[in-house]
Every structure is written in structure tokens, then in C-alpha cells.
Design a protein around this ligand. Structure first.
Ligand code: NZQ
Ligand code: ZN
Length: 386
């Protein structure tokens, strides 16, 4: 199947912050520094970045307080600062939430309408300010892709969109900057990376051996290093492997020519929109149930391949049996090794909004993924998670 591939983000991997000033200068003089709720101040990174910007002779503006599941209000505020101050480049320092919000500030700076229209009306994105990132959490892959997911709590909507214009011009990926990520956020981030690969891997399109092998290796990498990073937060090898896996799980490369829709992310975005739960936790709860729900005669071979090549399940087992054993291993990994809560009930979620959430997850129609899911199917999967 034919495809177009582009991943133009320049990556500075490791201890490379000394090159940040030069990188920013390429894009202009006025920098909007964006960050989240304070982890960058606690870790000392904020101070380092400010010094770098000052030493480079750049003009600094700031927007802080970008929340997990970033809100449209932050996007609006950032876009306004960019317009009022004539900002040349946005420097996003943080996790996926800060990066995503910054991308839409960058696009919002170039239009004269409310940036929520990028999501609600699919308003065109024809231009954006350049975005440079310093990543502090391995999870979303936002550092190397054109994606962004924004929440509007007024309408209970969390909507995502991809556009190549929004890909960061450069990303600084220093695994040491993730040493301070908590055990829980490390687990959630790892579940997110795994999910990005699984969303692509589980397909009814014909096998593409090279990409299948790369995806299996990426999944094994997460399974090997997430527990190591949780046990020893300053294990560079573990943090580095997770960080680079995060970027490659969702920068377009492993997709090849596959066209199927993602299934678990749209379901999870409804959980976050209604209950503001952590993205990776929602994915972890949903994924094994979704896979069990999809398992039948048409999908068993693919599930077996995953079970055998990722979790080392016995290849001599019949397909369905091997597939079930693989899902069992996944369950043990997510809820045992990563210590994530296993049910929506644990996360304080009941079935009250399931019908509405299922309908929204299907965009009013169906999710045409590994198995086609109707709103009723999605509601059934939500119910399996209670
Ligand atoms: O806000 P601060 O104080 O910085 O704390 C954050 C936040 O509380 C903290 N954190 C980040 N780096 C840290 C740190 N704490 C200590 N040390 C550090 N080095 O971690 C918490 C979570 O941060 P957040 O940015 O929300 O996490 P994540 O990177 O998982 O981003 C999640 C968001 O990205 C979206 C999700 O839906 C969610 O809104 N996604 C974006 C995608 C994309 N752009 O392609 C794809 C993903 O599938 C996902 O949907
Ligand atoms: Zn995700």
C-alpha cells in the first residue's frame, strides 16, 4: 500500500541543551516559554532554560499552568500572547499536554477566530508559528508528530487532530529530564507508548514484516524498561529507551500504508473528557478488554503473533488459545508490573454516561479499526471495564 512519510523534526537527544539558544535564534527573537503546573520549577529546569534564553539575547514571554488534558483556555491565552507580543517561536517545556497546547497556540496565533474551531469545525490549519520542545515525560510522542489533543470542559469534549504544519521544528530529548517523573506517571506514559504501537499493530491489513518486527521490538522495549524506570527512576538506559520508543511509536513511521482507524484512543478520550482521568491509565484499563472483545476467527492469528513475539507465549498453541494467553500477559503487565488500577470503578467512573460517550467515540457512526465497533460495541467494552 502506498504512503507518504515525513518526520522533519530535528532531534537533539541526550545532554544537548547547550544548543537550545542557537536553535531558538533560527526562528526569531521573541520566545514564548510554555510549561505546566510547576514540575519544571521544582526540577530546576525552568531556571536553566531562562538562563539559556537570556544568554542567547532573546526576548522572553511566559505562559504557565497548562494542565494535564490541556484546556482550550490555555490555548486561547497563549495564542493571544503570541498575537499581542508578536512572538516568533514557542518553546514548549514539559509533557504531552504542554506540547499539544503549544502547537494549537502556534496555529491560533495565525488566525482571527477562536482556536476551538480547529476542533469543533475542523477549521483549516494553513500556518503556524514554529514550535521547539524540551520533553520531560516519555509518553505521547507529541515531540515528533503533528498531533494535539485539547479538552473543552464546558462541552465535555476532548478532541484531537493531526497536521504536519504543527510538527515541532526541533525537540530536545534528554532522558535525564525524566528522572523526576513519578512512578505512576512513568507507568501511565509507558501504557500510552504501548497503546500507540498496538493501535497500529492490530490491523486486518496484510502483514508488513519489516514494520511488524519493528513494532514488536518497540513493544518489548517498553515491557523491559518501564519496570526498570519505575524501580530506579535515575536509570538512564531505561529512561532513554522509553523516550526514544515514545517518539517512534507515533511519528508516522510504523504506520506505513495502513489506513485503519485507531480504536482505544477515541474511547479513552471520552473518559478523559467526562472524568479528566490520566490518558495512559484510561488506555490501560480499556486495552485488554478491547482486545478480548475483538478476538474471533478473523483476528486470532494476529493476536497470536503479538502473544508469541511480544510476550513469548508458546508458538505451538492454537491461535485462539495463544491469543488469550497473550491478553492475560498484557493484563499482568499493566495491572501487576505497572501497578495501574484495573477498573473504571477504581477510577471512580460508573456507567452513567456510557451511552453518550460510546456514541461520541464513534463519531456518530462506527470505529472502523481492527474490528468495526458500533456505539453498542463500545458501550459493551466500557461495561467490561467496570
Ligand atoms: O504539569 P507539570 O507540573 O509539569 O506536571 C506534569 C503533569 O502533572 C508531570 N510531569 C511532566 N514531566 C515531569 C512531570 N513530573 C515530574 N517530572 C517531570 N519531568 O506529569 C503530569 C502529566 O503530564 P502530561 O503532559 O499531561 O502527560 P503526558 O505527556 O502523558 O500528556 C498527556 C496528554 O497528551 C495527549 C493526551 O490525550 C493527554 O491530553 N496525547 C497527545 C498525543 C499526541 N500529541 O500525539 C497522542 C496521545 O495519544 C495523547 O492523546
Ligand atoms: Zn495516547
Amino acid at each position: 500500500m502506498d504512503f507518504v512519510y515525513t518526520a522533519p523534526t530535528k532531534v537533539y537527544f541526550g545532554d544537548k541543551l547547550d544548543l537550545l539558544g542557537e536553535e531558538l535564534k533560527k526562528h526569531g527573537k521573541k520566545v514564548l516559554l510554555t510549561y505546566g503546573g510547576g514540575s519544571v520549577k521544582k526540577s530546576g529546569l525552568y531556571g536553566r532554560i531562562v538562563k539559556i534564553i537570556e544568554a542567547a539575547g532573546l526576548e522572553l514571554y511566559e505562559l504557565s499552568g497548562i494542565a494535564p488534558n490541556p484546556r482550550i483556555e490555555s490555548v486561547r491565552a497563549g495564542a493571544d500572547i503570541c498575537k499581542q507580543k508578536g512572538v516568533d517561536v514557542i518553546l514548549a517545556v514539559g509533557g504531552g499536554s504542554t506540547l499539544d497546547a503549544s502547537k494549537y497556540m502556534a496555529a491560533g496565533a495565525k488566525v482571527n477566530f477562536d482556536p476551538w474551531l480547529f476542533f469543533s469545525e475542523k477549521a483549516p490549519i494553513n500556518d503556524a508559528l514554529p514550535v521547539v520542545t524540551v520533553l520531560t515525560l516519555a509518553a505521547t510522542g507529541s515531540e515528533m508528530n503533528g498531533g494535539g489533543v485539547i479538552t473543552n470542559l464546558e462541552t465535555n469534549e476532548k478532541l484531537g487532530r493531526m497536521n504536519d504544519i504543527l510538527r515541532p521544528r526541533a525537540s530536545f530529548l534528554d532522558p535525564a529530564l525524566t528522572y523526576t517523573v513519578s512512578e505512576y506517571q512513568t507507568a501511565c506514559g509507558s501504557a500510552d507508548i504501548l497503546s500507540h504501537i498496538m493501535e497500529t499493530y492490530f490491523t486486518v491489513n496484510p502483514d508488513l514484516e519489516m514494520l511488524d518486527g519493528i513494532m514488536e521490538s518497540l513493544m518489548r522495549t517498553v515491557i523491559k524498561y518501564a519496570p526498570a524506570a519505575m524501580r530506579e527512576p535515575e536509570n538512564y538506559e531505561a529512561r532513554a529507551n522509553l523516550m526514544w520508543a515514545s517518539s517512534w511509536a507515533i511519528n508516522g513511521f510504523i504506520t506505513g500504508g495502513k489506513t485503519h482507524a485507531w480504536s482505544v484512543h477515541p474511547m479513552e478520550h471520552e473518559l478523559s473528557a467526562f472524568y479528566d482521568i490520566t490518558h495512559g491509565l484510561g488506555l490501560a484499563i480499556l486495552t485488554p478488554r478491547w482486545l478480548s472483545y475483538c478476538l474471533d476467527g478473523t483476528t486470532a492469528e494476529r493476536c497470536k503473533k503479538f502473544a508469541v513475539n511480544v510476550f513469548g507465549v508458546d508458538k505451538n498453541l492454537p491461535a485462539t488459545e495463544a491469543a488469550k494467553a497473550g491478553i492475560e500477559e498484557l493484563d499482568k503487565f499493566l495491572f501487576g508490573t505497572l501497578k495501574l488500577g484495573k477498573t473504571l470503578t477504581d477510577a471512580g467512573i460508573d456507567k452513567k454516561h456510557f451511552k453518550e460517550m460510546a456514541k461520541k467515540a464513534c463519531g456518530g457512526k462506527s470505529i472502523n479499526g481492527f474490528k468495526t465497533l458500533t456505539p453498542q460495541d463500545v458501550e459493551n467494552i466500557f461495561n467490561m471495564c467496570l
